[in-house]
Structure formats: C-alpha cells, structure tokens
Write a protein that binds this ligand. Structure first.
Ligand code: SF4
Length: 342
C-alpha cells in the first residue's frame, strides 16, 4: 500500500511539473552541527533570522516545526536553464528570477499535491509545506530524499537535471517509505571554486555568504563593501556563475512554463531612474521585488560603474539626486568608476 501510494504521489508530482520527487524521514538533519559552526563563524552575514533561537531549534529538527510529521516529500521544479539566462541583456539577472515569482507559482501546486494525497488515502492529513520560506535545511533533506547531492557550490545537484530547479518540501502526517540518498559526484572538480569572482566558495565546502553575489545583491540591505563591487561585474540580482561552470548543468531540465517568460526580463541603465511607482508596477510579479527599489537600483548603479560606459554618466548624475541615500552613494561610486575609465 505505502509503496503504491508513494509511486502514485510521484506520478502526480510529475503531472504537476515537478521533475524530481523523493521521500525522507523527519529525523534531524545529520549536518546540523556544521550549519551551527557556519553561523558561529559569521558566514551568514546580516541574515540575522538564521541565528534566532527559535529558528535554530526548528532547523535542527523538523518535528519542532510540525510535531505530527511522519515523512517529508521533497520536490523540484525547474527554472529557466542557463542557456536561457545567457540570452539576457546588458546586465545579468539570475536565471531563477527571470520568470514569475516562485513564491506565487509553487505553493498552489503543493496544495494540489496535498489534496491528491488526501484523496488517495480518504481522509485529511496534517501537513505543512514550504518553498524556500521554511526554517528547514532543505538541501540536506533533498539529498536524503535522493534528489541529488550538495555540491561544492552548495547547490543541490542531480545527475540528470543539474541544479537549475527550485526545491519545495511537504511535511506530512503519514508514513511513507524513505528513498535512498544519492552520493556525491563532485569528485576532484573545483570549477565553481575557481570561477567565483568574489572567492565566496571556500575549499572545505563552505560558502562565505558575505562574499556571495547572490547575498550581496539580495539579502544584503545596506552598502555593498567597496572591494566587492568590481568583482560583482554586471550582476544585478543573484548570480549563476557557479552553476554556469558546473559540468552537471549540461543536463539541466527544460524549464517549467511559468519560469519561461515570453519576453525575458531585461534591465538597462535608464532603469536607474525608475520611480517607486514604476518599480512596483514593473516588478509586481517578479522575485526582484524582494530586493526592493533601493536594493535593485543600488546593484544597478554598481553594474553601471563596472561597465565603465561614459554614455551612462547623465543617468548616474540623475541618480545622485535620488531620495534614497543607498542609491545616491552607489551612484556616486559608479560615476567615479566610469570617469576614471581610460
Ligand atoms: S562545478 Fe564541480 S565542484 Fe562545483 S558543484 Fe559542480 S561538480 Fe561540484
């Protein structure tokens, strides 16, 4: 019965667009102490929500979030693959952010998954679902559920689908047989470590988030340290470099249609003068709204500075008058960078 139910659940997951599905138990993640050590070394930067006592307790044991948990279904939904991202323009946006906001797309499908399971067993079941929002170590759970291994770049990598997918988890109040984990296939490869322009990937499988372009452009709400601005190159929201160089992404799955926009999101230098109203209208359905206008414009100013394009100087002059101090400061830095370019 359980094996058949599990297979039916996986078939349904595939119908809903999830390319990978696996089951793990609710036992505490074995690597939690490594996460604690990472926090204690301060690698999480200003992501203070990670260090709160309640958040730590819950990450250490899924049953602290949901005591009825008996098994966890882990799912993967593919976003735009990296070839798609590379068709993007002048300034770079991480592939996952070029389509609809995944926080809007994935939860309704998780709800449908739960409804399907309830129909199969004939009664309501306690459940809780997350996509990137829950206090759980989702990549470790995904590894345990057989979806892939955590690569040296800290992404979850699947041998047939690369790493260009979102993860989602459903904590279930029913017992399902756990799947077998996949072993690590990074081997002696160090491409992501070498390619990272800010040296955020440390050799011992540790990511120094404070140096990671994704962190600097999204999670970081304040100034970008000056020494990290030039290596950020033309990235204005997230970064795909460690995934672009990863050989396993030759096997990236085709994207779900929700993440393959008919017209790819593009940002150009004149967007540095977007008003709040224009920004909100333009990014209403995009993950970029998470960084807010001040964050996106801060990042764009840095990228314009790095491009060194003198025709952008009038735009920078205008941004130096912006109401937002964060935008003004980064625009000033960019103006000096462009002016100094030979
Ligand atoms: S680039 Fe190489 S080392 Fe890095 S995650 Fe991919 S396989 Fe692992």
């Amino acid at each position: 019965m359980t094996a058949t139910l599990k297979q039916d659940i996986k078939d349904k997951a595939r119908q809903l667009g999830f390319i990978l599905a696996g089951v793990t138990s609710c036992t505490p993640p074995a690597h939690y102490p490594i996460f604690e050590e990472w926090l204690n070394k301060g690698f999480h930067g200003a992501m203070n929500y990670l260090v709160e006592e309640r958040s730590r307790t819950r990450r250490a044991d899924p049953r602290q979030i949901f005591p009825e948990c008996k098994s966890i279904l882990v799912l993967a939904l593919p976003y735009l693959n990296l070839e798609g991202r590379m068709q993007n323009a002048e300034f770079q946006i991480a592939a996952y952010a070029l389509g609809e906001d995944y926080h809007e797309v994935i939860p309704p499908r998780l709800k449908l998954m739960v409804e399907f399971i309830e129909e199969q067993i004939g009664y309501p079941i306690p459940n809780r679902y997350y996509t990137d929002t829950g206090p759980i170590l989702e990549r470790e759970l995904a590894q345990r559920a057989g979806l892939g291994w955590v690569g040296k770049n800290s992404m979850l990598i699947n041998p047939t689908a690369g790493s260009t997918f979102f993860l989602a988890e459903i904590l279930l109040g029913i017992e399902l047989e756990p799947d077998d984990p996949i072993t690590d296939h990074c081997g002696t490869c160090t491409r992501c470590i070498t390619a990272c322009p800010t040296q955020a990937i440390l050799p011992n499988r540790t990511l120094d988030a404070r140096r990671c372009i994704s962190y600097l452009t999204i999670e970081n709400k304040g100034d970008i340290p000056e020494e990290l601005r030039p290596p950020m190159q033309d990235w204005i929201f997230g970064c795909d470099i460690c995934q672009m160089v990863c050989p396993w992404n030759r096997f990236s799955a085709p994207p779900d249609s929700a993440f393959e926009p008919p017209t790819p999101l593009r940002i150009s230098a004149p967007d540095l003068t977007l008003s709040s109203v224009e920004f909100n209208r333009r990014f209403k359905r995009s993950p970029l709204k998470r960084a807010k206008r001040r964050g996106v414009l801060r990042n764009l100013a840095v990228a314009i500075g790095n491009s060194g394009n003198k025709t952008d100087l009038p735009i920078l002059e205008q941004a130096i008058q912006d109401d937002e101090p964060l935008v003004r400061e980064h625009a000033k830095w960019a103006r000096e960078k462009v002016r100094s370019k030979k």
